[in-house]
Design a protein around this ligand. Structure first.
Ligand code: NAD
Length: 482
């Protein structure tokens, strides 16, 4: 793969960047360059925000289109992205190490599904409602597009997480400046090509690839009306502070350290459950925000659950992300691999015991690989149980009874995902309601487009997905009628 782009997608056109600086895309599996794109500078962000503002303010423009017309354009974008799904998938897997089979299911499919879902909501959701008043008269409640959205996206699911933002924002009539992560830029250009091909009006979607300085500049930009951010808790805090000062609406989807609570009645047979357990705890090489990386196991079945996860990790095929049979690919960057290794060392230092993995796979001489690693004898106050590792590393923590399981699950700075594993759905539901988290699954986990997704505590502010996300991109106006 060698993809070179020389211009930036701003104002509906491919324009010359303001500087000659470039971002090189590197394959996480081979460590080789696989393409490069211009790096957006502040002047390019200015141009992108100005284009988004013009598109928003145009009296005959996107924000003023009938919802059905916007929905038709959004569906055209879905059609183009569906056709180009394999291009997106190959770019993502090559850059961030996501196994290509996973990328096909998620990065290839999710954006298309979300665009079609929000096109439907745009058609079906009234933007005006007359309410009778309590003192006579009535009020017209209007839902207007919130304005220009700055969308800042991480590298782990770059296209799906971008779609979490642009699909509802477009449906609401907003315009966007999207800032992809420097680790995953090639897929962002395929997406920009799709926007152009779908005939989305000029300036409605603009793409400015760059690092955190460009992101910070976008967050502060006076022409931006809302920030929608997905990424680390550290960056989210600093973005939240800026938005607080500016009184700028912000959605923050941040890190996680979720609990996978195995109840004593759970029938966990690896033959039948491995796919679901894998998806809930190790998906995308552990580089997924909602994973249940703290496995809470009843003392009565502790060694059996440790063996189960050890066996699961042992069956996973580690290899080049672009190999169809790979289940665990490399970490996205060398820095990420080093970070994961430091956490493994810290876990050992704190007295936890590795039952499988812990090193680099012997048969991979290139790529930023870490073996799937299971820690037993972990205490919930160990660093590896409190901090987000973002790699294929699970901690199995014992508990005595359900109350203790809930206490351990909630003894975390984060609250994003989680699972309960049980043969009794009622018991699972009752327990799930006691966990302080934004989302939780029973006997499996997959974010559902129609339901709100997001976190509590240090996992973020606000929700994406569902009809709730459409409201995130709308401003309410009440017109009191005589
Ligand atoms: P990151 O915070 O380093 O970067 C995320 C994005 O923000 C990148 O585009 C980056 O360039 C930009 N950025 C960084 N600092 C910024 C700043 N101060 N101002 C503006 N922009 C800034 O995170 P990452 O390493 O790319 O992604 C991994 C993190 O994302 C993990 O913590 C993971 O849990 C989290 N994540 C959360 C969700 C969720 O939905 N809650 C989903 C996926 C990933």
């Amino acid at each position: 793969m060698s993809m070179q782009y020389d211009s930036l997608f701003i104002g509906g056109d491919w324009i010359a960047p303001s500087s000659s600086k470039r971002i090189t895309a590197i394959s996480a599996s081979t460590e080789q360059p696989i393409g490069s794109v211009p790096e957006a500078q502040e002047a390019d962000v200015d141009a992108a925000v100005a284009a988004a503002r013009r598109a928003l303010d145009d009296p005959a423009g996107w924000a003023h289109w009938a919802p059905a017309a916007r929905a038709a354009a959004i569906e055209r974008l879905a059609d183009v992205l569906e056709r180009r799904a394999e291009d997106v998938v190959q770019c993502v897997s090559a850059q961030n190490g996501m196994p290509v089979a996973v990328a096909r299911q998620l990065e290839g499919v999710f954006p298309v599904v979300l665009l079609r879902y929000y096109a439907g909501l745009a058609r079906d959701t009234a933007t005006e409602e007359t309410r009778p008043g309590l003192f006579g008269g009535s009020t017209l409640v209007c839902r207007e597009p919130l304005g220009v959205v700055g969308a800042i996206v991480p590298w782990n699911f770059p296209q799906t997480l971008a779609a979490f933002k642009y699909a509802p924002a477009l449906a609401a009539g907003c315009t966007l400046v999207i800032k992809p992560s420097p680790e995953t830029v090639l897929d962002a250009f395929v997406f920009a090509e799709a926007v152009a091909e779908a005939g989305i009006p000029a300036g409605v979607v603009n793409v400015v690839p760059g690092g955190r300085e460009v992101g910070a500049y976008l967050v502060e930009h006076p022409g931006v009306d809302k920030i929608s951010f997905t990424g680390s808790t550290a960056a989210g805090r600093s973005i939240g502070e800026v938005c607080g000062r500016l009184l700028r609406p912000v959605t923050l989807e941040l890190g996680g350290k979720s609990a996978a609570i195995v109840l004593d009645d759970a029938g966990l047979d690896l033959q039948t459950m491995s796919e679901k357990l894998f998806a809930a705890t190790l998906l995308n090489n552990g580089q997924t925000c909602f994973l249940g990386t703290r496995v809470l196991a009843p003392r009565s079945r502790y060694s059996e659950i440790v063996d189960l996860f050890t066996d699961l990790a042992g069956t996973l095929k580690v290899g080049d992300a672009l190999d169809d049979t790979t289940q665990i690919g490399p970490m996205a960057t060398a820095a990420q691999r080093d970070r994961v290794e430091q956490y493994i060392a810290k876990g050992l230092g704190d007295g936890a015991r590795i039952t499988i993995g812990g090193g680099r796979p012997a048969d991979q001489d290139k790529g930023w690989f870490v073996e799937p690693t299971i820690f037993a004898d972990v205490e919930n106050n160990h660093t590896i149980a409190q901090e987000e590792i973002f790699g294929p590393v699970l901690s199995v923590i014992p508990y005595s009874d359900e109350d203790e399981a809930v206490r351990i699950a909630n003894d975390s700075d984060f609250g994003l995902g989680g699972t309960v594993w049980t043969n009794d759905p009622d018991r699972g539901l009752a327990l799930a309601k006691r966990v302080q988290t934004g989302t939780i699954g029973i006997n499996g986990y997959l974010p559902e487009p129609t339901a709100p997704f997001g976190g509590v505590k240090a996992s973020g502010l606000g929700r994406e997905l569902g009809p709730e996300a459409l409201s995130n991109y709308q401003q309410l106006k009440s017109i009191y009628l005589d």
